[in-house]
Design a protein around this ligand. Sequence first.
Ligand code: ANZ
Ligand code: ZN
Length: 821
Amino acid sequence: GAAYSFAAIEAKWPAVWDELGVFTPKDDGSRERRYVLDMFPYPSGDLHMGHAEAFAMGDVVARYWRLKGYDVLHPIGWDSFGLPAENAAIKRNTHPAEWTYRNIETQAASFKRYALSLDWSRRLHTSDPEYYRWTQWLFLRFYERGLAYRKNHPVNWCPKDQTVLANEQVVNGACERCGTPVTKKSLNQWYFKITDYADRLLEDMAELEGHWPERVLAMQRNWIGRSEGAHVRFAIEATDARPEREVTVFTTRPDTLYGATFFVVAADAELAGEIVAPEQAQALADYQDRVKALSEIERQNTDREKTGVFLGRYAVNPLSGEKLPVWAADYVLADYGTGAIMAVPAHDQRDLDFAKAFGLPVRAVLDTGEEDPAATGVATSGEGTIVNSGPLDGLSKAEGIAKAIEVVEAAGTGEGTVNYRLRDWLLSRQRFWGAPIPIIHCPACGEVPVPDDQLPVRLPDNLRGEQLAPKGTSPLASAEDWVNVTCPACGGAALRDTDTMDTFVDSSWYYLRYLSPDYAEGPFDPEAARRWMPVAQYVGGVEHAILHLLYSRFFTKVMKDMGLLDADEPFAALMNQGQVLNGGKAMSKSLGNGVDLGEQLNTFGVDAVRLTMVFASPPEDDVDWADVSPSGSAKFLARAWRLGQDVTSAPGSDPATGDRALRAVTHRTIADATELLDAHKFNVVVAKAMELVNATRKAIDSGPGGADPAVREAVETVAIMLSLFAPYTAEDLWAALGHEPSVSNASWPQHDPSLLVEDTVTAVVQVQGKVRDRLEVAVDISEEDLRELALASPNVQRVLDGRGIRTVVVRAPKLVNVVPA
Ligand code: ANZ
Ligand code: ZN
């Protein structure tokens, strides 16, 4: 027969799929809807091995659900704003759009070749004015709700990229993108008030439990960082030079109030300069200079020796009346809690290290039975009984916390509170290639929103090359005819805001735009959202465990509050695919271990690469390309494809009349594969398909033969299973079986439970302990019958070679041992 050629079948099918529109959802309510989404790509060059893995996994889910009878939505688009396009444009003296849209075309062609079951009609790019018009519209709705605001604040600044960074974009003190140590700079910036949603972001995670990877939920929980505790107000005693001043601390351990022996404010908080005694002002200024010179990396190092400076003032403990020296130190963070703490060295290690460094007293107030922290240098934090603490004495830690809150509340010097680590989302960027912030600054009216009917605020298209280079202010400021506008409120001369939005704003709502990509009345049609949301399966890398997912969850909740959405959560289930490594290491230019996806596809074919990705490991595990065998996958696919050449029964022939043993294998495979797919063990499904191919080949060559309807049933099952991982081969096999395209229109087979009952068993026949034959026998065979069958075996007769028999041991139904005379 014909030979298997991946090139020939890759050329044949895409046009057919396009024409049939098999991957466009019906959206008519005839089937239950399911939305499958892969995190959309950033257009940096062509697709790479990582895309190949992630998208192969998402496609298994989409195709499986389609076969199961769901109406599946599986769209694609591009996250096409961002720095790399701008840097490329500066280097090549072009506009970022050129690089961006050229790369998008390259990736789109590769995606099509890769044969993902995508609905291309919904394609979007976040840098299209038709898209960012709605990003701006959403910004304005957030602004109206008080959820977008501007403030002057020290922000993370990347000196290399010359732009601010969100906390989330600072990794170990360095710019996530370029690795340059991040510094602080005070700037007027736009923020989204995500902190208003901290509680809901936390609470609604209960819905995601069991459907999202546990470690992602843990990272989100940790990022939101909810701490229960108290605000306690301390009076900083008046001096001749300074008036009394009240300073609030945040503590999770109000039970230790009597153990506070000193007081610390963040060295870089304005408060330090406001309260410092005049004679200590110079010492503080010197210390602040030292702190500023440190990189974030150094500051975050917890092992670093504690440093600080005494401010010449005393804080009064509101419960004990004790006077505590006030210090400024850099281990207290300006933007956590209130930026000031009561230091309890006996029970907090950081405070103890500081007390040791500066000879400050240590007083234990919780007797935990452990050794004295003053002596050991180890703070005690276990359970115990409160001591040395007036009204709290004798209580447990938990009782003490409750009681201390009661006491400070009664005294009017504090209250129980909840503190979050989560900060508001800094969204403005001093860069060009992003959605302009739709605000006009008017000398008379202040901030004026751009009216909805003037959206989008388009990026100017006359800036290019060097004009886009970062100068610390947005390049948009230099586009004078763009910046200068009339105020929509008073008609006077005004200026556009020249910042653009963080690209995480674009990606916080793209999953909704897919639902009605041409909708003109809003960002999406609320009716379409009602039909499709939430996303039933989201697929993407764990590098988005915090930022993108948290922001999208926040956007969803705000849109729900706006009445646009019913869903509380955007992504009902999440799958994180592993990385593709080479030689056990992530692929990188410096290691020179990169593998080019295009070359792999040219050498082995799309199906073999996809199958290899899926077969290598469960989706969430890494794949080491040095350990896998795409050529082995290609051989398997050829073997599967050849089955189609040998089936001679007609489509529709009744499998019930076919070979029962093969049917048992087929139906066992179907039953197992269904369970494995539901559990996302795609790699084992591939192994099952391989076993079925082997059993079928055996049935054709040395069993009932290619005309048996059970063989057709087995090969049809192979085609349907393969369509999840190897769509070209599967489609061709399906056609060889005499079916109309497409195999994607087939139904996922149902197993027949009666065929799974194992009513035969293999009996081993030994002569003098050596295996001489294996017999398929009924499970309930009698000892007599089994004995007779064994002795009749030609193999046994040959070995006996005419000798008589001493005894025959029979253990029905599995074993017979013949002992010759
Ligand atoms: C007194 C105390 C006694 C504390 C004790 C802890 C143990 P989490 O759980 O992370 O919320 N703290 C408060 N604000 C701070 C800041 N801006 N910079 C550094 N540390 C700060 O931690 C809350 C605890 O961290 C607070 O409770 C405070 O120290 C410290 F035995 O207050 B504690
Ligand atoms: Zn005005």
